[in-house]
Design a protein around this ligand. Structure first.
Ligand code: C2O
Length: 553
């Protein structure tokens, strides 16, 4: 195992993906930021030097952080932000996982431009559980705004202007004609596409003209090989897929397009697909067919559902562990949008003149302001959070078809603003049924858990039924994820083992829903041995000043 060291210079630079120049924070001046390549078992050391004008943290999305929860990089949950002209070094081991993940800023909306690939290959001498590809190609999907990045904080945020593939908008956008990502391939060879959806707020379909791909891994967990002509990734999800250049020599479009589900209140993102090219050696560079490729319709719920629910884990593959049958902690968590009172002195445009809010079990999470939640836990500082996140919603209702009929149903539209956590015993098995509600709007929410992968035992539509649906759960080879799209007006059943002490966020990975409060935090208690206890924070962990810039929630 090696020590892999990087320097992340965070600085503002001017870029112009479309027709308008915009000043954005970047890592080392590039969009997307640098890719990190490690092998399983390595130690990753990243020196973050903040020469930008923003408070930042860097999060290693999907990394287990076993015994290193102080390195999770979540603003006000595991650390105060790194302020301008300050530095912090992240240092952690990468163990027990292989595949494609991402790193991104975890402060307000800064992950819009501060993100990049995090690629974990097997330790030397260990093969992939599929035949070795000829080449590996990271594809980072991004969302771009011509608007000033500060405006992304406003509610509702401005509508994005383009999607990018590896920083390029392609020929269906203005001022972007010849700026298209081009993958040159040799006929007959197989390529491993390492695909990352780093978009802030949009699920994306991905498709290659005339080619199928074979999915071999999702969220850095090996899958049973799954052949598909289209795929979908929620914000924060990653897919590794094999592409064989098995078509006639030519040039083909490779495109992404948005998925919003039905009846979404999310501001309408651009609907044009973003194109990139696969160019076979010896081919002309005009694509065939030459018309732009539309991966799927924006409302194609069944296409999205088919791809997401058909994936299974590679049983017996590297790092595979069977699903635990005994559950210690059962939770039923309703999730969705609601409303908060309009702050005095502002003009609010939500229904009933309110602002949108989001909630889990009718709690809207409020980010601590003075000290990180994990420091408050570690040092036993009271008044920062309460240990009373409910395992059930406050009342039963028709979740998937919400209608206001009674006073208490009306109340369900107005979540309580709290900083509440759920405490878990070390090594307990937790099952969470996440029920998407139709309060205000029905859309898919990508729920992301820090520090752990969870089994996704099932996906479905409507209200989860404890008898009918429980019978259909996959306890044999369910897919594993760190981020799962909860279907619009539907549910997922998740299971994970809380084997890592610390404070771990569980939240919607649509960035716009973080200030709404679709967040909760699990505090996993210490285990019995010194090795399973939360260690003191590193001595140089950034400290909060009087005015940390944080999520306004
Ligand atoms: Cu990808 Cu909480 O983050």
């Amino acid at each position: 195992a090696a020590v892999v060291e990087h320097i992340f210079q965070v600085k503002n630079v001017v870029v112009k993906p479309l027709c308008k120049e915009q000043r954005i924070p970047t890592v080392n001046g590039s969009l997307p930021g640098p890719a990190i390549n490690v092998r399983e078992g390595d130690t990753l050391v990243v020196h973050v030097i903040n020469n930008s004008t923003y408070n930042i943290t860097i999060h290693w999305h999907g990394v287990f952080q076993l015994k290193s929860s102080w390195m999770d990089g979540v603003n006000m949950i595991t650390q105060c932000p790194i302020q301008p002209r300050n530095n912090f070094t992240y240092r952690f081991d990468i163990t027990g996982q292989e595949g494609t993940l991402l790193w991104h800023a975890h402060v307000v909306n800064l992950r819009a431009t501060l993100h990049g690939a995090l690629i974990i290959r097997p330790r030397s001498g260990r093969p992939y559980p599929f035949s070795k590809p000829y080449k590996e190609v990271p594809l980072v999907f991004e969302q771009w705004w011509d608007a000033d990045i500060e405006l992304l904080n406003s509610r509702p945020a401005p509508i994005s202007d383009a999607y990018l593939i590896n920083g390029l908008a392609g020929d269906s956008y203005p001022c972007s004609k010849n700026r298209m990502f081009k993958l040159r391939v040799v006929q007959g060879k197989t390529y491993l596409l390492r695909i990352i959806n780093a978009a802030l707020n949009t699920h994306l379909f991905f498709k290659i003209a005339s080619h199928n791909v074979t999915v071999v891994s999702v969220d850095a967990v090996y899958t049973t090989p799954y052949v598909s002509d289209v795929m979908i990734l929620t914000p924060g999800q990653t897919v590794d897929a094999l592409l064989t250049a098995d078509q006639p020599i030519g040039t083909y479009y490779m495109s992404i397009s948005p998925y919003t589900g039905a009846n979404s209140i999310v501001p309408v993102p651009p609907s044009n697909p973003t194109q990139s090219l696969i160019i076979y050696e010896g081919a002309k560079s005009t694509p065939s067919p030459s018309s732009p490729l539309m991966p799927s319709g924006r409302n194609a719920i069944s296409t999205a559902h088919r791809f997401s629910s058909n994936i299974t884990s590679l049983e017996g593959g590297p790092y595979w562990t069977p699903v635990p049958r005994h559950v210690d902690e059962k939770m039923f968590v309703t999730m969705g949008l609601g409303l908060n009172p309009c702050p005095p002195g502002t003009k609010c445009i939500g229904p009933f003149g309110q602002v949108y809010a989001g909630s889990l079990n009718n709690r809207s999470f409020v980010i601590p302001r003075t000290i990180s939640l994990q420091e408050a836990y570690f040092y036993n500082i009271s008044g920062v959070y309460t240990d009373d996140f409910p395992s059930q919603p406050p009342m039963k209702f028709d979740y998937a078809n919400f209608r206001v009929r009674t006073n208490s149903e009306y109340k369900m539209m107005f979540p309580e603003r709290r900083t509440s956590v759920k405490t878990l015993k070390y090594n307990s098995t937790v099952e969470i049924i996440v029920q998407n509600t139709g309060i205000i709007s029905a859309e898919s929410h990508p729920m992301h858990l820090h520090g752990f992968n969870f089994y996704v035992l099932g996906y479905g539509f409507g209200n989860y039924d404890r008898i009918r649906d429980a019978r259909k759960l996959n306890l044999v080879n369910p897919q594993m994820h760190n981020t799962v799209g909860v279907p619009p007006g539907g549910w997922v059943v998740l299971r994970f083992i809380a084997n890592n002490p610390g404070a771990w966020m569980f939240h919607c990975h649509m960035d716009a829903h973080l200030p709404y409060g679709i967040i909760m935090v699990f505090v996993v208690q210490n285990g019995p041995t010194p090795n399973t206890r939360l260690q003191p924070p590193p001595s140089n962990l950034p400290q909060c000043t009087r005015d940390p810039t944080i999520y306004e929630s």
